[in-house]
Design a protein around this ligand. Structure first.
Ligand code: BYC
Length: 333
């Protein structure tokens, strides 16, 4: 089973008539667009669903540093190095805002980190693919951050205040990230034939995994119906995937690159592109822990956590000393 199956109390979305008084008042607030804040009453399933989604999102930002971090020392110019370093730092920051938002729901960051390190928690499938060439930095910024923006802009309007507010800053930064990726692709596509081929190769490898970022097709999305009713999710997985394709195809044309999908066709009636079959078996394998880099990513996170133990211990010792000093000063006064 690829889903954690967080129990949202019911197998289908309850109607207002089926809800108890607290649930009804809560749902009506959500329906009116009132933001839910940490101290407000909320159904247990709403809290659990938010913790699941926000923590998976936070883990994705943290693990998402690894494929790009791999290229910081190999960026072709000092300017590219500085830009990539700043982008990877931004992702650490996004992880922090998101862990902070999750903590407002009563779960500790230590607990969430332990879930990630043990392999119990999910993070985005996309970060289980290897970064083989410099062009992959372009493709990640253009496609992966592009997909992230498509998914996260609507989340600025989600019902949970701390998550919605975190998304505002995240989205601003993500749009820079996407532009830097497109800029790398543009430079490569205006360069030599070999550079352009490198850009095409990166697009060929990252296209399908980027489409998978939006999650399984709606008919297999176990959480969408309830999450949409609670406005934890604003759009369906397929709707956002198609919007992403419609936005990205003209950008590929501008670059002079070919989208690796022989079935891609403009559908006049729908005013949107039709796409070929996505290999969902590959997606389920990656989400189930069997992608090309799942083990490597978890090993890298575990090593980083172990290597950072001395620093965390130092911070705790400093905090304890400061507290003890303040207490003794308080007693002396
Ligand atoms: N990868 O019922 P569904 C970034 C899981 S960070 C892995 O549709 P839901 C960036 C899903 O969790 C990008 N797992 O689920 C960072 C569920 O499993 P569980 C991350 C996936 O939650 C650094 C099961 O499949 N963005 O962009 O309603 C550098 C059933 O799916 C994936 C976010 O996290 C996947 N792709 O919808 C650059 C955004 N898709 O939990 C860029 C916030 C699905 O039952 N998250 N699953 O075990 C969301 O919007 C939603 O959680 C999703 C999935 C649309 C991703």
């Amino acid at each position: 089973m690829y889903a954690q199956m967080v129990k949202t109390e019911a197998d289908r979305v309850k109607t207002l008539a089926e809800m108890d008084e607290c649930e009804r008042v809560f749902q009506e607030r959500v329906d009116r667009g009132v933001k839910i804040e940490p101290k407000d009453w909320m159904p247990d399933g709403y809290r659990k669903t938010l913790i699941r989604q926000i923590s998976q999102h936070a883990h994705s930002e943290i693990v998402g540093q690894l494929p790009e971090g791999n290229w910081i020392s190999r960026a072709p110019t000092l300017q590219r190095k500085v830009i990539l370093l700043a982008k990877v730092q931004d992702e650490a920051g996004h992880g922090l805002y998101l862990y902070g938002a999750a903590e407002t729901l009563g779960v500790s960051r230590d607990e969430l980190t332990a879930q990630l390190l043990s392999g119990r928690a999910k993070y985005s499938s996309i970060f289980n693919y290897p970064t083989l060439s410099w062009a992959d930095m372009g493709a990640i910024g253009w496609l992966v951050d592009g997909a992230a923006i498509m998914n996260q802009v609507p989340l600025q309007r989600c019902s949970y205040g701390p998550y919605a507010r975190a998304m505002i800053k995240v989205c601003k930064e993500e749009s820079f990230h996407q532009r830097q990726g497109f800029d790398i692709m543009m430079s490569l596509c205006r360069g030599s034939a070999a550079q352009k081929a490198m850009a095409q190769d990166a697009l060929d490898r990252w296209w399908a995994p980027s489409l998978m970022m939006f999650g399984p097709p709606d008919e297999h999305s176990v959480h969408s119906a309830q999450s949409k009713a609670w406005k934890i999710k604003i759009n369906g997985n397929d709707e956002l995937r198609h919007k992403f394709v419609d936005q990205t195809v003209p950008q590929a044309k501008l670059l002079g690159l070919e989208i690796p999908d022989p079935d891609l066709r403009w559908n006049e009636a729908r005013g949107s592109y039709d796409i070929g079959q996505i290999d969902w078996e590959e997606f389920f394998q990656v989400v189930g822990g069997n992608g090309p880099c799942n083990r490597e990513r978890l090993a890298a996170r575990n090593k980083a956590h172990e290597d950072g133990a001395w620093f965390r211990d130092g911070l705790m010792a400093h905090a304890d000393k400061t507290k003890a000093r303040q207490q003794s000063q308080g007693e002396a006064a």
